[in-house]
Ligand binder design. Structure first.
Ligand SMILES: NC(=O)c1ccc[n+]([C@@H]2O[C@H](COP(=O)([O-])OP(=O)(O)OC[C@H]3O[C@@H](n4cnc5c(N)ncnc54)[C@H](O)[C@@H]3O)[C@@H](O)[C@H]2O)c1
Length: 342
């Protein structure tokens, strides 16, 4: 039987353990997997683009466990009552090829994206960072804030969105959790005094959410929303003056902010910073950018984390997903017309 963690199970797990505690634990899983980078199969994700969005498959394997995620990105979905991003994913046993764990990953992607941002910020942001600006107050935003607090201790938020109701939603969700939320009326106001800026807007367009003159020396940026060809958030001049860190260069050159730059624009991969193979921040004045697009190893880590934390509990259920007759050569026995139908 394949173990299933469905939406209800995922939500109960997050309520049981607390999102912030899970995000901190997930950051450890991510760091452990990114540190053994060489062990993984790596390929840019396979994307199917349409005018309204994209559907992507994200596979990887460490030689013992295989994983993939199915994920979509449809920025106009909220106006039709749907989520921008939904996902599900699988862990499989490499020796048998059998899927062992199937999970909803809409919530899990929000957790893993936030945990990856926090991991990057821990490695790249100034250690004295105290304030986070969030540009984009949709589904990812609360998770980004919680990961930043869990990993970096940041409680001061400055939030801007073109939708005032979304800013109000963030305030409603996060103030009771102890955050100080400043609702900004412009990007300029949001980024004023911020040490870390996270852009998490959704628009299938080459946008300039943030200009170079709005980024103060020493700021760390998590650029989350530019994650598809033709979908970017940052002024190219920000990238020119910054140290840019990516998940997996071949995928980010297609999908990330650096799609705006020449093919040899210098980047560093996150695993290199985490292992000490490359320098992260080199001075208190340097601007650092984590050009995040979402990579399969992060999903692998998030699935492992969710599976381990819910293993053996009623949060998981058994799913009859693999046709597995007693005689492995007699698949037909499962549909034998002479067998009694129950
Ligand atoms: N890098 C990753 O790993 C990763 C993972 C998940 C989602 N994403 C991306 O992150 C983005 C946010 O995802 P979400 O699920 O929160 O989407 P969402 O649709 O729930 O929220 C996006 C928000 O951005 C706001 N927005 C749009 N244009 C804006 C602008 N010009 N200025 C300010 N705000 C603006 C919208 O009003 C909305 O509130 C999407 O682009 C998504 O594709 C990236």
């Amino acid at each position: 039987m394949t173990q299933l963690l469905d939406v209800a199970g995922m939500a109960r797990w997050i309520r049981r353990d607390g999102a912030e505690a899970i995000l901190v634990r997930m950051t450890d899983y991510l760091e452990a997997d990114y540190r053994r980078w060489e062990r993984f199969d790596k390929t840019p994700r396979i994307a199917s683009h349409t005018p309204l969005g994209v559907i992507e498959l994200m596979p990887t394997s460490d030689g013992e466990t295989y994983s993939f995620k199915y994920v979509n990105g449809h920025p106009s979905n909220p106006s039709r009552g749907f989520q921008t991003v939904t996902a599900f994913g699988v862990l499989a046993d490499v020796d048998t090829g059998y899927p062992t764990f199937l999970a909803e990953m809409t919530l899990l992607t929000a957790l893993r994206t936030a945990a990856t941002s926090a991991l990057a910020a821990k490695a790249l942001a100034r250690p004295d960072s105290r304030t986070l600006a969030l540009i984009g107050a949709g589904s990812q935003s609360e998770f980004q804030a919680l990961a930043c607090r869990g990993v970096l201790g940041i409680e001061d938020l400055r939030v801007f969105d073109i939708d005032a109701a979304a800013i109000e939603k963030v305030r409603r969700n996060l103030e009771p959790l102890g955050f100080r939320v400043h609702a900004a009326t412009s990007v300029d106001e949001a980024v004023r005094g911020a040490d870390i800026i996270t852009t998490c807007t959704a628009d299938k367009a080459r946008n300039t959410i943030l200009r170079a003159d709005q980024v103060a020396p020493g700021v760390h940026l998590n650029a989350i929303g530019g994650d598809c060809p033709g979908k970017t958030e940052l002024d190219a001049a920000i990238l020119e003056g910054a140290r840019v860190v990516v998940e997996f260069t071949p995928q980010t050159r297609i999908e990330g902010e650096i799609q705006q730059m020449l093919a040899d624009f210098p980047v560093t991969e996150l695993w290199q910073v985490l292992t000490g193979a490359a320098v992260g921040r080199s001075s208190a004045e340097e601007v650092t950018v984590f050009d995040s697009v979402g990579f399969a190893i992060s999903d692998f880590s998030a699935l492992r984390c969710a599976r381990d934390a819910t293993d053996g509990t009623d949060l998981q259920s058994a799913l009859d997903l693999v046709a597995d007759p007693d005689d492995p050569k007699d698949l037909f026995s499962l549909v034998d017309v002479l067998a009694p139908v129950s």
